[in-house]
Write a protein that binds this ligand. Structure first.
Ligand code: ATP
Ligand code: MG
Ligand code: FE
Length: 348
């Protein structure tokens, strides 16, 4: 089965064609980052309008690259939620219009299931069951995964997501949006242990997270450092040291909880997905931890950690192969718990 995947949940327009026999045939991504930079974050209305501009040209591009005509596509998968309502509506409308025009079935895909399954596009995909750590701009979740749609929530953030904490802390340090990659870059020049950030919620049992306190800690650290400096500003080295201390705290916290989740479930495979899973320090620490436990860690290539069309084409294809389909109604779910998804065996 050959599936055209469409991702428009936030500020990336992602298109891809995935074939269940031949794998990924083509993919294209347009990031709106430059459009939103002047505002320091994503402006929903601007995001929707830009998806309108980019969707059809990118669809043509992936079709050409894969050497596909409309008839070669068996189905269309699109992100139906969670995400920005306007942005989702644009993707869903285009997907449903193509489905109607081409006379092909379509399916609305859960954006976080897309992230969760993205590592399946790599050369050594993880086999079920495994523990998944979803760490993105909007989510921080630990999930026991028995199969597609068989998700048990083990823990999640009670406030900010890990990626959100990276973005907000980066802003305080004067780094550009989105902050995660910039903090990671600065941290490489940082001197270890200049500051001691807390490891929130690690000294009590449970698998929930809280990252909003780290943000406040960053702010206080910056203020104290500024007051210390004769010019009242942060030096490059200060920023690098704070970035490293902040990143260490997030990584440490995530590693402690992952270890706990693996012990609790008795599983030895860990999948990390979502934008923060591109973080090198996190990958290295988890790899060391899992090796020590006789287990393995799996993640997608960097470009498939953040939002992309390939993960939606892949996730959609698995469900379409199992017979799931939408009617042609255009409906999206800006809020949509992952645990509400049906599995692909009994479909319940
Ligand atoms: P969600 O998927 O929850 O709806 P989203 O789609 O905005 O949110 P993603 O695209 O998965 O999130 O990831 C974006 C996030 O990943 C941003 O917060 C960004 O700062 C973070 N990020 C990207 N690369 C890195 C990195 N190398 N280190 C840390 N964080 C990173
Ligand atoms: Mg994004
Ligand atoms: Fe995402």
């Amino acid at each position: 089965m050959r599936v055209l995947g469409i991702e428009t949940s936030c500020d990336e327009t992602g298109l891809a064609i995935y074939d269940s026999e031949q794998g990924l045939l083509s993919h294209a991504l347009y990031s709106q980052i430059d459009l939103h930079i002047p505002y320091g974050g994503v402006v929903p209305e601007l995001a929707s309008r830009d998806h309108v501009r980019k969707l059809l040209p990118l669809t043509r591009q992936v079709m050409d690259e894969a050497g596909c005509e409309a008839d070669d596509i068996d189905a269309i998968a699109y992100t139906a939620g969670p995400g920005l309502i306007g942005a989702l509506m644009v993707g869903a409308s285009v997907a449903q219009a193509l489905a109607l025009a081409w006379g092909k079935p379509s399916l609305g895909v859960h954006h976080m299931e897309g992230h969760l399954l993205a590592p399946m596009l790599e050369e050594t995909p993880p086999a079920f069951p495994f523990v998944a750590l979803l760490v993105s701009g909007g989510h921080t979740q630990l999930i026991e995964v028995q199969g597609i749609g068989e998700y048990q929530m083990l823990g999640e953030s009670i406030d900010d997501a890990a990626g959100e904490a990276f973005d907000k802390s980066a802003k305080m340090m004067g780094l550009p949006y989105p902050g995660g990659p910039h903090i990671a870059r600065m941290a490489e020049m940082g001197i270890a242990d200049q500051y001691k950030f807390p490891r929130p919620m690690t000294n009590r049992p449970g698998l929930d997270f809280s990252f909003s306190g780290l943000k406040t800690f960053t702010l206080n650290t910056i203020d104290a450092e500024k007051a210390n400096n004769p010019d009242g500003a942060l030096s490059e080295q200060n920023i690098a040291d704070i970035a490293l201390a902040f990143q260490d705290a997030v990584v440490d916290t995530l590693v402690i909880k992952c270890k706990r989740a693996l012990q609790q479930t008795g599983l030895k495979k860990l999948v990390i997905a979502g934008g923060v899973s591109a973080n090198k320090a996190l990958r290295e620490r988890l790899e060391k931890t899992l090796t020590g436990m006789g287990g393995d860690v799996f993640y997608a290539r960097n470009e498939f950690c953040t939002d992309n069309g390939a993960m939606i084409a892949y996730a959609g294809c698995q469900r379409l192969l199992a017979g799931q389909r939408n009617d042609l109604q255009i409906s999206v779910r800006p809020r949509w718990p992952l645990t509400e998804l049906p599995d692909i065996k009994g479909q319940n």
